[in-house]
Write a protein that binds this ligand. Sequence first.
Ligand code: CA
Ligand code: CA
Length: 654
Amino acid sequence: MNIRSQLLLSQIPAALYTTLLHTTALCIMPLCMTALCPMALCPTTASAAERPNIIYIMADELGYYELSCMGNPNLQTPRLDRMALEGVRFTQTLAGSSLCAPTRCCLMTGKHSGHTSVRTNGGGTPLRAGEETVASVLKRAGYATGGFGKWGCGGRGSTGVPEQHGFDLFLGYYDQVHAHSYYPPYIVRNSEEVALPGNRGGSDGQTYSHYVIFEEAKKFIRANRQGPFFCYLPITPPHGIFDIPDSDPAWQVYHDKPWPEQAKRYAAMVTMVDRQVGEVFDLLGELDLDKKTIVFFCGDNGGNDYFRDDEHPRGFHGANVHPETGVEFRGKKGNLYEGGLRIPMIVRWPGRIEPGRVSDLLWYFPDVLPTVAELASAEAPKDIDGMSIVPELLGKDAAGRKQPRHEYLYWELGNQTAVRMESWKAIRPGPNRDWELYDLDHDVSEQHNVASEHPEVLAKMTSFAQAAHEPAEEGVFHDREIHERDRRAKFGGAERPAAPSAVNALPKEGLLPSGAWKIVRISSESRFNGKLAAHAIDGDPRTHWHTRFQGQPEEHPHELVVDLGSEATVRGFYYLARQDAGWNGALAECEFSLSASPDAFGAPVASATFQKSKTAQRVTCAPVKARYVRLQILSEVSGGPWASIAELGVIGDR
Ligand SMILES: [Ca+2]
Ligand SMILES: [Ca+2]
């Protein structure tokens, strides 16, 4: 007998095993495999012939209750409903994070957000060179690997580009800002630009990018029909801008509904995605690949309360509201309550996955890598946080073991932290906030904080959280300009207007000198790009403070408290908007208060609604002796959640 057959299969590293399957010793393989691989001995279930093609489709933003099979009264998703009947639908699949980039990094690397390299949502934050991904693991195992959609794990010119992380081919958007337009002048294929004719950025153009991306995915499947292949479809719909061509059949379903225009566009994008999932199944049928292909379908983060109005306080389509019972998931995209994490997840593999099943298994994105690695008889990296869910998918007999459970699941996003342990959910929703504890079996809406009743449970979970967090180590850019070019392409690629060389400034006369001022308190500041509160009082109009906008954006009211150093007579204030080309955070409504103490402020001495102007704007008040100024910001000129200030001036004297 061949020497190889004397080894137990479990002693053969998966990579070598894969090599064996592809060596010239094909004549001995059937005998060898039969002798080696009675099912009970197989640590992994797939033989060479059985290694399935893997298609992973992820719709950007689609919420848990936004499928018609979940009872959604507005949205029609017949093909996904059928997919659920033909496969398994999960009720407790949780996103890796609740924003686009961090969640994609968890999905791709098999790590939770305490270990990933991409934890911010800036758009192009990169993986480090050499980091393993689902694609690199499958490629090494002999899979053809293609990605189509929004990458989000590294902009062009960085160490995070997909073709350096296992993808033979990636077509779409590397940077998330680029992905905000369905009509950019170009998309990106393996870091090269692919022109889209007639497009001028924003909503203006003739070539709908998503059609191009989706057609390329089908072409990839067809070209690799001999298998095995991995087709990753992190598609951008139904993420905004909410654009879909009027000629799309899905638009015809909704265009005359008496709904807000944007809600109709969103609905049509969901139904378009549904149709395209159906096209994938039709193609698999045509190529006779149905039984050789496992297909995953999910959302990327919890649903958002899009198109809210008085009648629909949780969004027009109710992404996080049970359509029949009205029971809600608390929160939404951007935070770590269940509304930010619960996603739809359906998996279909005819002949291998029992049809029509509903599973309550608790799992999340880090589990995808080890799961598909097991299906592909590939070796997963050792330093991942996920567990394979193959036993749950195929049954314990086929898998050769029972489905293990997570001891705990972990998330961090900005200043938010959450831990899940069985039905317990511990969450610290922000800085300087106490931990909250919920029993989701009895309180899925996270309304009854039982932290004080179960201190021992909370202590255990917070110790998990401490153990789970390591500081993030991002990759690097070697060419930032090419990345910035992609971000500008959202707006058609015009060069971003240069910051004016001559900036406006505060008047020189009548103002208290700011040299000795100190920031006492702020609602938040944007540290990752250095837009610190101190910039609002540094005397330099070219620098500005911006409130935090990575992770969960802080919303109005924003606050800035300044110590003038000593008592002064104050007669009013000046505000200077940021002097670069942007308007994000420019102040609209705000209120100024004065005090002798940093902690006790009475009624405002002045209220103002500032204009969208780059020149200094003034508001006066009756003279008051005070040492501390509090500025409360209630709104932004464009209605956004942020605040920003280039310079703050105080009219007065000592
Ligand atoms: Ca998303
Ligand atoms: Ca400044």
